[in-house]
Design a protein around this ligand. Structure first.
Ligand SMILES: NC(=O)c1ccc[n+]([C@@H]2O[C@H](COP(=O)([O-])OP(=O)(O)OC[C@H]3O[C@@H](n4cnc5c(N)ncnc54)[C@H](O)[C@@H]3O)[C@@H](O)[C@H]2O)c1
Ligand SMILES: [Zn+2]
Length: 422
């Protein structure tokens, strides 16, 4: 069929093999047209150090990869925790833009954003970011760059996704957790009506820049907390990576920067591969393959009013589900202890008294986490457990009695460790 007869879109669609209606009948009342199209997303994930060194071309190249001859405008948002830890960073960003002025223009002042969960919790921050984008006349060909922890990336990413129905967004994750996990993902979101991440979008970033130099300035607890997501993804996907963590646990616990870089890089690659090859980047199904250890972790964060951080809660949740996997006959006995030992060697305290909290009718409060976990996506309950180290397995029900026993095991191990330390 001639291209002009079908129209450009339909012609392309037929080339792809989609079913097209008879062009004579298309658009008739009572006739159903099925539209289907694909969109390809392509995101460079740049691993580097000192990206704002004027001699480092990586950022400039990532931004101008589609229109190399053009001068690109960029609004920059930065986590105030990052500026506090690295007061020189603002000047470095300005010098970088000046050194590359033929391809890069800073649109207005760099905007400081309060770091941590509070920036996702008050609705006024979304408005402030949108206003800053408008004042800087950011359009769909310019950039909104966010530098910071996962919370700031989530906030700015959300605002960028709805501003002009989506402007190009570049992420610079600056914590171990966000560099190895959330920052390379395709989601953003803010909290609303007292529910975490209630509002947000799936929108793959234009580019992700992982700069190891930011990690050097991170507080110790933040460095450690982010490592639990690396252990998590190693356990469900990559046995050799788990063994590597096990071998280097002492160096990692001392935050050796070379080892930490490698941990982040390997974790990021595994998370990236799940999103790219897992077949469900926008999470339409009921499985949450990267959320091993998370059903109890999310609940523990809630029960403690976030006194237990996400990373810390994930470490506990991973240990709990490792034990559960053994009790359920899925994982070989002893592997649970091995996993617990690695997490403990990384410096995690694998217990919190909130694990013992009980609801009014008796069952452990943490077990309610399973319902919340299912409700988040809808559909059938799907929890990833371990078949062996390096391989996850999905199950659709958990046995409450075994959850109790797994919690008891964590309590016992905690007591034993306390006694031997005394
Ligand atoms: N979008 C997703 O797919 C996704 C996935 C997982 C988690 N998240 C979100 O990520 C958030 C957690 O992110 P996080 O763990 O990165 O912590 P965070 O963003 O809460 O930051 C923790 C603290 O570290 C500070 N900080 C950040 N970088 C620093 C640096 N280089 N030096 C010194 N201080 C620094 C921040 O100011 C903040 O006080 C949560 O809101 C969570 O919901 C999002
Ligand atoms: Zn997580």
């Amino acid at each position: 069929l001639a291209r002009h007869h079908l129209g450009e879109e339909a012609f392309a669609a037929r080339q792809e093999g989609f079913a097209l209606p008879d062009p004579q009948r298309a658009g008739e009342w009572g006739h159903v047209l099925h539209r289907q199209f694909r969109v390809t997303y392509e995101t460079p994930v740049v691993f580097s150090r000192e990206v704002f060194d004027p001699r480092n071309p990586r950022l400039r190249d990532a931004l101008s990869r589609l229109e190399p001859g053009k001068r690109h405008r960029a609004a920059v948002f930065i986590d105030d925790g990052v500026t506090a830890a690295r007061p020189d960073i603002l000047d470095r960003i300005r010098s970088y833009a000046a050194a590359h002025e033929s391809s890069l223009e800073l649109a207005g002042d760099i905007v400081a954003v309060p770091g941590g969960e509070r920036c996702k919790t008050s609705a006024s921050y979304v408005e402030q970011i949108l206003l800053a984008l408008q004042e800087r006349r950011i359009d769909r060909h310019s950039f909104a760059i966010a530098i910071g922890g996962g919370a700031v990336l989530d906030l700015v990413g959300y605002a960028a996704a709805i501003f002009h129905r989506g402007v190009r967004h570049v992420r610079f994750p600056t914590t171990v957790l966000s560099q190895g996990d959330s920052g390379i993902g395709v989601k953003n979101g803010v909290n609303a009506f007292r529910q975490k991440n209630l509002i947000g979008t799936f929108s793959p970033p234009w580019a992700v820049v992982i700069d190891g130099a930011f990690i050097d300035h991170l507080p110790a607890t933040e460095k450690r907390d982010g490592m639990s997501e690396a252990v998590k993804v190693a356990l469900i996907r990559d046995r050799a990576f788990f063994q590597w963590i096990e071998t280097h646990a002492a160096a990692l616990a001392a935050f050796d920067s070379g080892r930490l870089d490698e941990l982040i890089r390997r974790s990021a690659v595994l998370h990236l591969s799940q999103i790219t090859h897992g077949g469900d980047p926008f999470e339409t199904g009921s499985s949450r393959p990267l959320d091993f250890g998370h059903w109890s972790a999310h609940k523990l964060e809630m029960l403690t009013g976030h006194a237990v951080s996400h990373g810390h809660a994930v470490a506990i949740g991973v240990a709990l589900d490792a034990r559960y996997s053994v009790l359920a006959g899925l994982l070989a006995p002893g592997e649970d202890e091995r996993i617990r030992r690695v997490l403990s060697a990384l410096g995690f305290d694998l217990w919190h008294d909130a694990l013992r909290e009980r609801g009014p009718t008796g069952p452990l409060a943490v077990a309610d986490g399973l319902r919340d976990f299912q409700e988040h996506l809808g559909g059938e309950l799907t929890v990833t457990l371990l078949r062996e180290i390096g391989e996850g397995i999905d199950v659709h029900a958990l046995d409450y009695a075994l959850i109790e026993r797994a919690v008891d095991w964590l309590a016992r191990r905690h007591e034993q460790e306390k006694a031997s330390a005394a």
